[in-house]
Design a protein around this ligand. Sequence first.
Ligand code: GLN
Length: 455
Amino acid sequence: TEACLTAIDGAGALGAFVHHTPEIAREQAKAADARLQAGDAPSMCGIPLGIKDLFCTKGVPSQAASGILKGFKPEYESTVSQNLFDAGAVMLGKLNMDEFAMGSSNETSVYGNAVNPWRRGNDEMALTPGGSSGGSASAVSADLCLGATGTDTGGSIRQPAAFTGITGIKPTYGRCSRWGIVAFASSLDQAGPMTKSVRDAAIMLEAMCSHDPKDSTSADIPVPDFEAMLTGDIRGKKIGIPKEYHMDGMPEEIETHWTQGKDMLADAGAEIVDISLPHTKYALPAYYVIAPAEASSNLARYDGVRYGHRAKLAQGDGITEMYEKTRAEGFGAEVQRRVMIGTYVLSAGFYDAYYNRARKVRALIKKDFEDVFDAGIDAILTPATPSAAFELGRKSDDPVEMYLNDVFTVTVNLAGLPGIAVPTGLNRNGLPLGLQLIGRPWEEGDLLNTAYALE
Ligand code: GLN
């Protein structure tokens, strides 16, 4: 814990941590020591972590990287962070992210962007750590903590993990309680660990998962010992390679890297099978209807009354002006864009044309996956991202270009499946690349084991 606190102090330029909690960290570390001495060593005992700013942490600023939650200190702890603390983990502080987890580069944060530790040369442009869990990725990659919590609505754990050379898993929808995590798109949001290795991910994920009556979508199914399932034996497993993930214009290095991953799994004894997920091309448009629709509804609660920021009002202003001014000041541009898109697609005149159609597409995408799993496929191998980490500022003026980053990850959230990004090598410029494995629902243990063979 002390080593991490020192490293964090020296790494301010990364913009990874946005609230520091050294007192809490030292107190929790002492308690962990005491537990160890008493012969009680839970799985996360004394492990220093960073917590994404989207998680409510009791008495500690939890702003979802938004101006509208300025000064908000929750009275309660999220179930996932509480589970980690119960397992002995230590909180070093809160981590940077895109505002309300909307973004793929950490550039929509009210705190300013986080930086990817993989390139900080003087004349080279700094790179994004990805988003929305950019602070988590940057912190783990730069050894400021041993692991971090992330959340993933459309790729926000897997894309930043791939950009920074670390491991990140989004479990099956319902594995981790959403209680106390600021809601973005409730039918897609899941928490998960971001770590240096697959083994660490297995240990941390197990500590995060639980059935929680406070989240009606939390699943009441047993959480296995994921670490014990890491045998490295994947002989006879059927790995699907979906043809629709060969996207037009995808850089050569991504294709090559994907082939190398395929060869590694084949060498380990897996059977490689070409498969088709025919509705893949509709995933991104469906996601960018459904996610903003749910966001516009979830974000209605930020009204200047209940939490955080309230605009200064002029003489004669009423409640409508208070809402309007507060929300105009408190939300950044990307969040406002999502609220507008979401409100539009949910409006009476356009509901059927957009929102209902997107829901139907979502069902078809889910069915595509069910069909291949029913045909005996154990896991699906794809690239995690369409490119290596890009320069900060390069895509921030073009929302559609930014949204294209999520092309390989959003399908997994729409179908509620577990997906993991594993670092599998470097490109010509020495930047990390990652591959994604997608598994059957509730079979994170199996998925982690396949990832372990790829690591
Ligand atoms: N980049 C995607 C978006 O902006 C996904 C974000 C996320 O998973 N939280 O919506």
